[in-house]
Design a protein around this ligand. Structure first.
Ligand code: GLU
Length: 484
Protein backbone atom coordinates (compact mmCIF):
# COMPACT_ATOMS: atom_id res chain seq x y z
CA UNK A 1 0.00 0.00 0.00
CA UNK A 2 1.27 3.45 -0.78
CA UNK A 3 0.59 5.93 1.97
CA UNK A 4 0.16 9.53 1.05
CA UNK A 5 1.21 12.21 3.47
CA UNK A 6 -0.79 14.92 1.76
CA UNK A 7 -3.29 14.53 -1.06
CA UNK A 8 -1.40 13.45 -4.18
CA UNK A 9 -1.32 15.57 -7.29
CA UNK A 10 -0.94 13.76 -10.59
CA UNK A 11 -1.23 14.90 -14.19
CA UNK A 12 -1.88 13.72 -17.69
CA UNK A 13 0.37 15.58 -20.12
CA UNK A 14 -0.59 14.84 -23.73
CA UNK A 15 1.04 16.45 -26.73
CA UNK A 16 -1.81 17.77 -28.88
CA UNK A 17 -0.51 16.41 -32.15
CA UNK A 18 -3.25 13.90 -32.91
CA UNK A 19 -6.26 12.16 -31.43
CA UNK A 20 -6.49 10.74 -27.96
CA UNK A 21 -5.03 7.31 -28.63
CA UNK A 22 -5.48 4.26 -26.46
CA UNK A 23 -2.02 4.52 -24.87
CA UNK A 24 -2.61 8.09 -23.78
CA UNK A 25 -6.12 7.32 -22.57
CA UNK A 26 -4.80 4.42 -20.53
CA UNK A 27 -2.13 6.64 -18.91
CA UNK A 28 -4.77 9.28 -18.21
CA UNK A 29 -7.02 6.64 -16.64
CA UNK A 30 -4.31 5.33 -14.30
CA UNK A 31 -3.53 8.87 -13.15
CA UNK A 32 -7.21 9.63 -12.72
CA UNK A 33 -7.75 6.43 -10.72
CA UNK A 34 -4.75 7.18 -8.56
CA UNK A 35 -6.07 10.66 -7.79
CA UNK A 36 -9.62 9.51 -7.15
CA UNK A 37 -8.64 6.56 -4.91
CA UNK A 38 -6.35 8.73 -2.82
CA UNK A 39 -8.45 11.86 -2.58
CA UNK A 40 -5.95 13.73 -4.74
CA UNK A 41 -6.06 16.00 -7.77
CA UNK A 42 -5.90 14.95 -11.41
CA UNK A 43 -4.52 17.76 -13.55
CA UNK A 44 -4.29 18.21 -17.25
CA UNK A 45 -1.34 19.77 -19.04
CA UNK A 46 -1.35 20.27 -22.77
CA UNK A 47 2.25 19.99 -23.99
CA UNK A 48 1.90 22.29 -26.94
CA UNK A 49 5.46 23.56 -27.29
CA UNK A 50 5.91 21.91 -30.67
CA UNK A 51 4.16 24.69 -32.59
CA UNK A 52 4.49 23.00 -35.95
CA UNK A 53 2.65 19.87 -34.86
CA UNK A 54 0.24 21.06 -32.14
CA UNK A 55 -3.30 21.92 -33.18
CA UNK A 56 -6.42 23.20 -31.45
CA UNK A 57 -8.43 20.40 -33.04
CA UNK A 58 -6.18 17.87 -31.41
CA UNK A 59 -6.53 19.57 -28.02
CA UNK A 60 -10.32 19.55 -28.43
CA UNK A 61 -10.26 15.87 -29.46
CA UNK A 62 -8.25 14.97 -26.36
CA UNK A 63 -10.70 16.82 -24.09
CA UNK A 64 -13.65 15.13 -25.80
CA UNK A 65 -12.08 11.72 -25.50
CA UNK A 66 -11.45 12.19 -21.78
CA UNK A 67 -14.97 13.45 -21.24
CA UNK A 68 -16.44 10.52 -23.12
CA UNK A 69 -14.50 8.12 -20.91
CA UNK A 70 -15.75 9.97 -17.82
CA UNK A 71 -12.31 11.19 -16.75
CA UNK A 72 -12.90 14.63 -15.30
CA UNK A 73 -9.99 16.82 -14.33
CA UNK A 74 -9.39 19.29 -11.55
CA UNK A 75 -8.22 22.89 -11.75
CA UNK A 76 -7.56 24.82 -14.91
CA UNK A 77 -5.84 23.15 -17.84
CA UNK A 78 -2.17 24.15 -18.05
CA UNK A 79 -0.84 24.99 -21.50
CA UNK A 80 2.87 24.36 -21.58
CA UNK A 81 3.63 26.96 -24.24
CA UNK A 82 2.31 29.67 -21.93
CA UNK A 83 4.98 28.78 -19.39
CA UNK A 84 7.86 29.93 -21.57
CA UNK A 85 8.97 32.76 -19.26
CA UNK A 86 8.95 30.41 -16.28
CA UNK A 87 10.93 27.74 -18.17
CA UNK A 88 13.50 30.33 -19.20
CA UNK A 89 13.68 31.68 -15.70
CA UNK A 90 14.32 28.21 -14.29
CA UNK A 91 17.08 27.62 -16.83
CA UNK A 92 18.62 31.00 -15.95
CA UNK A 93 18.50 30.10 -12.27
CA UNK A 94 20.57 27.00 -12.98
CA UNK A 95 22.98 29.08 -15.01
CA UNK A 96 23.31 31.53 -12.12
CA UNK A 97 23.83 28.79 -9.53
CA UNK A 98 26.49 27.11 -11.66
CA UNK A 99 24.39 23.98 -12.29
CA UNK A 100 24.37 24.85 -15.99
CA UNK A 101 26.65 26.61 -18.45
CA UNK A 102 26.57 28.31 -21.83
CA UNK A 103 27.73 26.34 -24.82
CA UNK A 104 28.70 28.19 -27.98
CA UNK A 105 29.46 25.14 -30.10
CA UNK A 106 27.61 25.30 -33.39
CA UNK A 107 25.78 22.27 -34.79
CA UNK A 108 28.57 21.96 -37.38
CA UNK A 109 31.24 21.96 -34.68
CA UNK A 110 29.33 19.35 -32.70
CA UNK A 111 29.05 17.18 -35.78
CA UNK A 112 32.82 17.47 -36.19
CA UNK A 113 33.40 16.54 -32.57
CA UNK A 114 31.04 13.59 -32.93
CA UNK A 115 32.87 12.38 -35.98
CA UNK A 116 36.25 12.66 -34.31
CA UNK A 117 35.10 10.84 -31.19
CA UNK A 118 32.99 8.03 -32.50
CA UNK A 119 35.83 6.11 -34.08
CA UNK A 120 35.24 3.18 -31.81
CA UNK A 121 31.90 1.91 -30.60
CA UNK A 122 31.62 4.50 -27.87
CA UNK A 123 28.76 6.89 -28.36
CA UNK A 124 29.38 10.60 -28.45
CA UNK A 125 29.13 12.60 -25.27
CA UNK A 126 29.74 16.34 -25.29
CA UNK A 127 33.22 16.95 -23.88
CA UNK A 128 32.31 20.10 -21.94
CA UNK A 129 34.79 22.22 -23.80
CA UNK A 130 32.63 25.36 -23.41
CA UNK A 131 32.51 24.79 -19.66
CA UNK A 132 36.27 25.15 -19.67
CA UNK A 133 36.34 28.43 -21.63
CA UNK A 134 38.39 31.12 -19.92
CA UNK A 135 36.21 33.78 -18.36
CA UNK A 136 37.38 36.54 -20.78
CA UNK A 137 36.70 34.37 -23.79
CA UNK A 138 33.20 33.64 -22.56
CA UNK A 139 32.54 37.33 -21.90
CA UNK A 140 33.89 38.19 -25.34
CA UNK A 141 31.62 35.71 -27.10
CA UNK A 142 28.61 36.90 -25.17
CA UNK A 143 29.40 40.50 -26.01
CA UNK A 144 29.74 39.78 -29.70
CA UNK A 145 26.35 38.14 -29.66
CA UNK A 146 27.49 34.64 -30.60
CA UNK A 147 24.49 32.32 -30.19
CA UNK A 148 24.62 29.81 -27.35
CA UNK A 149 22.58 27.07 -25.77
CA UNK A 150 22.40 26.38 -22.04
CA UNK A 151 23.63 22.95 -21.00
CA UNK A 152 23.06 21.22 -17.74
CA UNK A 153 26.28 20.10 -16.07
CA UNK A 154 25.62 16.49 -15.08
CA UNK A 155 27.26 15.86 -11.72
CA UNK A 156 29.23 12.72 -10.86
CA UNK A 157 27.50 9.86 -9.15
CA UNK A 158 24.41 7.78 -9.75
CA UNK A 159 20.80 8.84 -10.15
CA UNK A 160 18.22 6.46 -8.82
CA UNK A 161 14.63 6.24 -7.74
CA UNK A 162 12.12 3.75 -6.42
CA UNK A 163 9.75 3.35 -9.29
CA UNK A 164 6.24 2.33 -8.24
CA UNK A 165 6.19 -0.22 -11.05
CA UNK A 166 9.81 -1.23 -11.63
CA UNK A 167 11.17 -0.88 -8.08
CA UNK A 168 14.69 0.55 -7.89
CA UNK A 169 16.06 2.01 -11.12
CA UNK A 170 19.53 3.51 -11.28
CA UNK A 171 21.52 5.26 -13.97
CA UNK A 172 25.26 5.99 -13.69
CA UNK A 173 25.57 9.72 -14.36
CA UNK A 174 28.63 9.13 -16.50
CA UNK A 175 26.28 7.76 -19.16
CA UNK A 176 24.34 11.01 -19.29
CA UNK A 177 25.64 13.79 -21.47
CA UNK A 178 25.58 17.43 -20.39
CA UNK A 179 22.21 17.89 -22.06
CA UNK A 180 20.83 21.11 -23.45
CA UNK A 181 18.05 22.70 -21.40
CA UNK A 182 17.57 25.93 -23.36
CA UNK A 183 18.06 26.16 -27.12
CA UNK A 184 19.82 29.06 -28.82
CA UNK A 185 16.41 30.62 -29.54
CA UNK A 186 15.78 30.51 -25.77
CA UNK A 187 13.08 27.85 -26.01
CA UNK A 188 13.26 25.03 -23.47
CA UNK A 189 14.05 21.47 -24.34
CA UNK A 190 11.35 18.92 -23.41
CA UNK A 191 12.84 17.77 -20.08
CA UNK A 192 13.31 21.36 -18.94
CA UNK A 193 9.71 22.36 -19.64
CA UNK A 194 8.32 19.21 -18.02
CA UNK A 195 10.29 19.61 -14.80
CA UNK A 196 9.59 23.32 -14.56
CA UNK A 197 5.86 22.67 -14.99
CA UNK A 198 5.73 19.65 -12.70
CA UNK A 199 7.34 21.77 -9.98
CA UNK A 200 4.98 24.69 -10.40
CA UNK A 201 1.98 22.36 -10.57
CA UNK A 202 3.23 20.69 -7.34
CA UNK A 203 3.01 17.23 -8.89
CA UNK A 204 3.72 14.48 -6.35
CA UNK A 205 3.67 11.46 -8.65
CA UNK A 206 4.57 11.26 -12.33
CA UNK A 207 2.88 8.28 -13.91
CA UNK A 208 3.59 7.78 -17.61
CA UNK A 209 4.64 5.25 -20.22
CA UNK A 210 7.90 3.41 -19.61
CA UNK A 211 9.27 4.79 -22.88
CA UNK A 212 10.05 7.83 -20.68
CA UNK A 213 12.32 5.95 -18.26
CA UNK A 214 15.45 7.32 -19.91
CA UNK A 215 14.20 10.89 -19.36
CA UNK A 216 13.68 10.36 -15.66
CA UNK A 217 17.31 10.55 -14.43
CA UNK A 218 17.75 13.83 -16.31
CA UNK A 219 14.55 15.15 -14.81
CA UNK A 220 15.55 14.12 -11.29
CA UNK A 221 18.87 15.96 -11.73
CA UNK A 222 16.98 19.07 -12.80
CA UNK A 223 14.68 18.92 -9.76
CA UNK A 224 17.70 18.77 -7.47
CA UNK A 225 19.47 21.60 -9.26
CA UNK A 226 16.31 23.70 -8.91
CA UNK A 227 16.14 22.93 -5.20
CA UNK A 228 12.93 20.94 -5.51
CA UNK A 229 12.07 17.53 -4.12
CA UNK A 230 11.55 15.12 -7.05
CA UNK A 231 8.11 13.52 -7.21
CA UNK A 232 7.67 9.78 -7.18
CA UNK A 233 7.62 8.01 -10.53
CA UNK A 234 5.58 5.15 -11.91
CA UNK A 235 6.41 3.95 -15.42
CA UNK A 236 3.60 1.91 -16.83
CA UNK A 237 4.16 -0.73 -19.52
CA UNK A 238 3.86 -0.15 -23.23
CA UNK A 239 0.89 -1.50 -25.11
CA UNK A 240 1.52 -4.13 -27.77
CA UNK A 241 -0.67 -5.63 -30.45
CA UNK A 242 -1.52 -9.34 -30.34
CA UNK A 243 1.57 -9.96 -32.50
CA UNK A 244 3.79 -8.67 -29.68
CA UNK A 245 4.81 -5.52 -31.56
CA UNK A 246 4.29 -2.02 -30.23
CA UNK A 247 0.69 -0.94 -30.87
CA UNK A 248 0.42 1.15 -34.01
CA UNK A 249 -2.00 1.95 -36.82
CA UNK A 250 -1.05 -1.35 -38.46
CA UNK A 251 -3.04 -3.05 -35.72
CA UNK A 252 -6.22 -1.17 -36.60
CA UNK A 253 -7.95 1.67 -34.80
CA UNK A 254 -5.79 3.28 -32.11
CA UNK A 255 -7.86 6.42 -31.48
CA UNK A 256 -10.38 6.26 -28.65
CA UNK A 257 -12.93 8.07 -30.85
CA UNK A 258 -12.78 5.22 -33.38
CA UNK A 259 -14.08 2.83 -30.76
CA UNK A 260 -16.77 5.29 -29.79
CA UNK A 261 -17.88 5.23 -33.43
CA UNK A 262 -17.73 1.45 -33.52
CA UNK A 263 -20.42 1.16 -30.85
CA UNK A 264 -18.21 0.57 -27.81
CA UNK A 265 -19.60 1.83 -24.50
CA UNK A 266 -17.41 4.24 -22.55
CA UNK A 267 -17.71 2.02 -19.47
CA UNK A 268 -16.39 -0.97 -21.45
CA UNK A 269 -13.59 1.10 -22.96
CA UNK A 270 -12.31 2.33 -19.58
CA UNK A 271 -12.62 -1.16 -18.16
CA UNK A 272 -10.63 -2.60 -21.05
CA UNK A 273 -8.01 0.17 -20.84
CA UNK A 274 -7.62 -0.33 -17.09
CA UNK A 275 -6.63 -3.94 -17.63
CA UNK A 276 -3.83 -2.89 -19.99
CA UNK A 277 -1.12 -2.93 -17.35
CA UNK A 278 -3.19 -3.19 -14.20
CA UNK A 279 -5.06 -5.93 -12.42
CA UNK A 280 -7.23 -5.66 -9.31
CA UNK A 281 -6.02 -9.13 -8.31
CA UNK A 282 -7.88 -12.40 -8.47
CA UNK A 283 -9.60 -12.97 -11.75
CA UNK A 284 -11.91 -10.00 -11.57
CA UNK A 285 -12.23 -8.32 -14.94
CA UNK A 286 -15.58 -6.65 -15.44
CA UNK A 287 -15.79 -3.42 -13.45
CA UNK A 288 -17.37 0.00 -13.63
CA UNK A 289 -15.27 3.12 -13.24
CA UNK A 290 -16.70 3.57 -9.77
CA UNK A 291 -15.76 0.03 -8.78
CA UNK A 292 -12.27 0.60 -10.14
CA UNK A 293 -11.80 3.63 -7.90
CA UNK A 294 -12.44 1.30 -4.98
CA UNK A 295 -10.01 -1.32 -6.22
CA UNK A 296 -7.20 0.68 -7.77
CA UNK A 297 -3.75 0.52 -6.25
CA UNK A 298 -0.35 1.16 -7.78
CA UNK A 299 0.58 -2.29 -6.42
CA UNK A 300 -1.53 -3.82 -9.13
CA UNK A 301 0.45 -2.15 -11.93
CA UNK A 302 2.40 -4.60 -14.05
CA UNK A 303 5.86 -4.43 -15.57
CA UNK A 304 5.35 -6.54 -18.64
CA UNK A 305 3.94 -5.07 -21.82
CA UNK A 306 0.17 -5.10 -22.07
CA UNK A 307 -1.58 -6.69 -25.04
CA UNK A 308 -4.34 -4.84 -26.86
CA UNK A 309 -6.74 -7.48 -28.11
CA UNK A 310 -9.71 -5.99 -30.00
CA UNK A 311 -11.63 -9.26 -29.51
CA UNK A 312 -11.34 -8.86 -25.79
CA UNK A 313 -12.62 -5.30 -26.07
CA UNK A 314 -15.68 -6.58 -27.93
CA UNK A 315 -16.22 -9.25 -25.34
CA UNK A 316 -15.86 -6.64 -22.61
CA UNK A 317 -18.38 -4.45 -24.38
CA UNK A 318 -20.84 -7.34 -24.50
CA UNK A 319 -20.39 -7.76 -20.75
CA UNK A 320 -21.08 -4.10 -20.12
CA UNK A 321 -24.03 -4.08 -22.50
CA UNK A 322 -25.67 -6.92 -20.66
CA UNK A 323 -25.16 -5.19 -17.30
CA UNK A 324 -26.08 -1.61 -18.10
CA UNK A 325 -29.70 -0.69 -17.22
CA UNK A 326 -31.90 0.05 -20.23
CA UNK A 327 -32.57 3.54 -18.91
CA UNK A 328 -28.85 4.32 -19.17
CA UNK A 329 -28.33 2.58 -22.46
CA UNK A 330 -31.35 3.99 -24.28
CA UNK A 331 -29.97 7.55 -24.50
CA UNK A 332 -26.89 6.17 -26.29
CA UNK A 333 -28.89 4.04 -28.70
CA UNK A 334 -31.66 6.55 -29.48
CA UNK A 335 -29.56 8.91 -31.63
CA UNK A 336 -28.21 5.92 -33.52
CA UNK A 337 -31.73 4.64 -34.28
CA UNK A 338 -32.73 8.12 -35.39
CA UNK A 339 -29.66 8.45 -37.57
CA UNK A 340 -30.25 5.06 -39.16
CA UNK A 341 -33.81 6.24 -39.85
CA UNK A 342 -35.23 3.29 -37.97
CA UNK A 343 -37.32 5.35 -35.56
CA UNK A 344 -37.95 8.95 -34.68
CA UNK A 345 -37.24 10.35 -31.27
CA UNK A 346 -40.92 11.19 -30.83
CA UNK A 347 -41.96 7.64 -31.64
CA UNK A 348 -39.54 6.25 -29.06
CA UNK A 349 -40.66 8.75 -26.43
CA UNK A 350 -44.28 7.82 -27.04
CA UNK A 351 -43.64 4.11 -26.46
CA UNK A 352 -41.04 4.64 -23.76
CA UNK A 353 -41.75 1.56 -21.62
CA UNK A 354 -41.92 -0.66 -24.66
CA UNK A 355 -38.71 0.86 -25.97
CA UNK A 356 -36.86 0.20 -22.71
CA UNK A 357 -38.02 -3.41 -22.78
CA UNK A 358 -36.76 -3.71 -26.35
CA UNK A 359 -33.38 -2.26 -25.36
CA UNK A 360 -33.16 -4.84 -22.59
CA UNK A 361 -34.01 -7.57 -25.05
CA UNK A 362 -31.51 -6.53 -27.72
CA UNK A 363 -28.56 -5.78 -25.45
CA UNK A 364 -28.21 -9.42 -24.38
CA UNK A 365 -26.98 -10.70 -27.72
CA UNK A 366 -25.18 -7.57 -28.86
CA UNK A 367 -21.45 -6.96 -28.78
CA UNK A 368 -21.72 -3.31 -29.80
CA UNK A 369 -24.45 -0.71 -29.89
CA UNK A 370 -24.27 -1.03 -33.69
CA UNK A 371 -25.33 -4.67 -33.30
CA UNK A 372 -28.33 -3.45 -31.33
CA UNK A 373 -29.29 -0.98 -34.03
CA UNK A 374 -29.00 -3.67 -36.70
CA UNK A 375 -31.16 -6.01 -34.64
CA UNK A 376 -33.68 -3.30 -33.84
CA UNK A 377 -34.80 -2.72 -37.42
CA UNK A 378 -37.39 -5.56 -37.60
CA UNK A 379 -39.28 -4.13 -34.63
CA UNK A 380 -39.91 -0.86 -36.45
CA UNK A 381 -39.54 -1.17 -40.19
CA UNK A 382 -42.53 -1.63 -42.49
CA UNK A 383 -40.44 -3.95 -44.65
CA UNK A 384 -37.30 -5.94 -43.97
CA UNK A 385 -34.81 -7.68 -46.19
CA UNK A 386 -33.87 -11.31 -45.66
CA UNK A 387 -30.30 -12.32 -45.03
CA UNK A 388 -29.41 -14.73 -47.90
CA UNK A 389 -27.43 -17.11 -45.69
CA UNK A 390 -30.30 -17.36 -43.25
CA UNK A 391 -32.90 -18.04 -45.93
CA UNK A 392 -30.65 -20.59 -47.62
CA UNK A 393 -30.36 -22.44 -44.35
CA UNK A 394 -33.85 -22.12 -42.88
CA UNK A 395 -36.12 -21.80 -45.90
CA UNK A 396 -34.72 -24.68 -47.94
CA UNK A 397 -37.98 -26.07 -49.25
CA UNK A 398 -40.29 -23.28 -50.42
CA UNK A 399 -43.49 -25.26 -50.26
CA UNK A 400 -42.80 -26.67 -46.83
CA UNK A 401 -41.81 -23.24 -45.50
CA UNK A 402 -44.94 -21.61 -46.85
CA UNK A 403 -47.04 -24.31 -45.23
CA UNK A 404 -45.25 -23.86 -41.98
CA UNK A 405 -45.47 -20.06 -41.94
CA UNK A 406 -49.11 -20.16 -42.98
CA UNK A 407 -49.84 -22.59 -40.16
CA UNK A 408 -48.03 -20.37 -37.68
CA UNK A 409 -49.91 -17.31 -38.86
CA UNK A 410 -53.24 -19.06 -38.46
CA UNK A 411 -52.53 -20.28 -34.97
CA UNK A 412 -51.05 -17.00 -33.82
CA UNK A 413 -53.98 -15.05 -35.26
CA UNK A 414 -56.32 -17.09 -33.10
CA UNK A 415 -54.54 -16.39 -29.82
CA UNK A 416 -56.87 -14.95 -27.19
CA UNK A 417 -54.02 -12.88 -25.84
CA UNK A 418 -50.59 -11.96 -27.23
CA UNK A 419 -48.70 -13.73 -24.49
CA UNK A 420 -45.58 -15.87 -24.65
CA UNK A 421 -47.07 -18.93 -22.98
CA UNK A 422 -49.98 -18.93 -25.44
CA UNK A 423 -47.59 -18.49 -28.35
CA UNK A 424 -45.50 -21.37 -27.17
CA UNK A 425 -48.50 -23.64 -26.79
CA UNK A 426 -49.76 -22.75 -30.26
CA UNK A 427 -46.43 -23.22 -32.01
CA UNK A 428 -45.68 -26.51 -30.30
CA UNK A 429 -49.11 -27.77 -31.32
CA UNK A 430 -48.31 -26.74 -34.89
CA UNK A 431 -45.02 -28.67 -34.81
CA UNK A 432 -46.80 -31.73 -33.38
CA UNK A 433 -49.46 -31.52 -36.04
CA UNK A 434 -46.81 -31.39 -38.76
CA UNK A 435 -44.82 -34.15 -37.14
CA UNK A 436 -41.66 -32.05 -36.80
CA UNK A 437 -39.50 -30.84 -33.91
CA UNK A 438 -40.40 -27.45 -32.43
CA UNK A 439 -37.00 -26.10 -33.39
CA UNK A 440 -37.86 -26.75 -37.02
CA UNK A 441 -40.71 -24.28 -36.63
CA UNK A 442 -38.88 -21.63 -34.67
CA UNK A 443 -35.95 -21.12 -37.02
CA UNK A 444 -37.92 -20.44 -40.27
CA UNK A 445 -40.22 -18.27 -38.20
CA UNK A 446 -37.30 -16.30 -36.81
CA UNK A 447 -36.05 -15.57 -40.32
CA UNK A 448 -39.54 -14.53 -41.35
CA UNK A 449 -39.87 -12.13 -38.44
CA UNK A 450 -36.38 -10.64 -38.31
CA UNK A 451 -34.73 -11.54 -41.61
CA UNK A 452 -31.87 -13.07 -39.60
CA UNK A 453 -31.10 -16.42 -38.02
CA UNK A 454 -29.91 -14.88 -34.77
CA UNK A 455 -32.33 -13.07 -32.51
CA UNK A 456 -33.60 -13.14 -28.95
CA UNK A 457 -35.92 -15.99 -28.01
CA UNK A 458 -38.71 -16.38 -30.54
CA UNK A 459 -41.52 -15.63 -28.07
CA UNK A 460 -39.73 -12.54 -26.86
CA UNK A 461 -39.39 -11.42 -30.46
CA UNK A 462 -43.08 -11.98 -31.11
CA UNK A 463 -44.04 -10.17 -27.96
CA UNK A 464 -41.78 -7.18 -28.58
CA UNK A 465 -42.90 -6.92 -32.19
CA UNK A 466 -46.54 -6.88 -31.21
CA UNK A 467 -49.38 -8.83 -32.80
CA UNK A 468 -50.02 -6.60 -35.81
CA UNK A 469 -46.45 -6.24 -36.97
CA UNK A 470 -45.62 -9.90 -36.32
CA UNK A 471 -48.58 -11.14 -38.36
CA UNK A 472 -47.77 -8.67 -41.15
CA UNK A 473 -44.20 -9.99 -41.19
CA UNK A 474 -45.46 -13.54 -41.66
CA UNK A 475 -47.66 -12.49 -44.57
CA UNK A 476 -44.74 -10.62 -46.12
CA UNK A 477 -42.45 -13.63 -45.77
CA UNK A 478 -45.04 -15.97 -47.33
CA UNK A 479 -45.50 -13.56 -50.26
CA UNK A 480 -41.76 -13.23 -50.62
CA UNK A 481 -41.20 -16.99 -50.83
CA UNK A 482 -44.10 -17.44 -53.27
CA UNK A 483 -42.74 -14.71 -55.53
CA UNK A 484 -39.32 -16.34 -55.75
N1 GLU B 1 3.92 14.80 -23.58
C1 GLU B 1 4.55 13.62 -23.07
C2 GLU B 1 3.97 12.42 -23.78
O1 GLU B 1 2.89 12.53 -24.34
C3 GLU B 1 4.34 13.56 -21.57
C4 GLU B 1 5.32 12.76 -20.83
C5 GLU B 1 5.16 12.90 -19.34
O2 GLU B 1 4.10 12.52 -18.84
O3 GLU B 1 6.06 13.41 -18.69
O4 GLU B 1 4.57 11.39 -23.85
Amino acid sequence: MTHEVSPPRVRFAPSPTGFLHVGGARTALFNWLFARTNGGAFLLRVEDTDKARSTDESTAAIFEGLEWLGLDWDEEVVYQAKGLAQHQNDAERMLASGAAYRCFCTPAELAEQRKALTVGKESFKYDRRCDRLPEEERAQRLKSGIPFVIRFRVPDGTTEWDDLVHDRISFPNKDIEDFVILRSDATPIYNMAVVSDDISMRITLVMRGDDHISNTPKQILLYRALGAEPPRFAHVPMIHGTDGKKLSKRHGATAVADYQNEGILPSAMVNFLALLGWSPGGDREVMTLREMTELFSANGLQKKAAVFDPKKLEWMNGQHLSRIPAAELAPLVTPMLVQAEIASEAELAERHEWYLALVDLLKIRARTTHDMVRQARPYFAANISYDPDSTAKSWKDAEETVALLTGARERLTQLAEWRPNYMEEALRALADGMGIAAGKVFQPLRVALTGMSVSPGIFEVLEAMGRDLALTRLTQAIDHIRAR
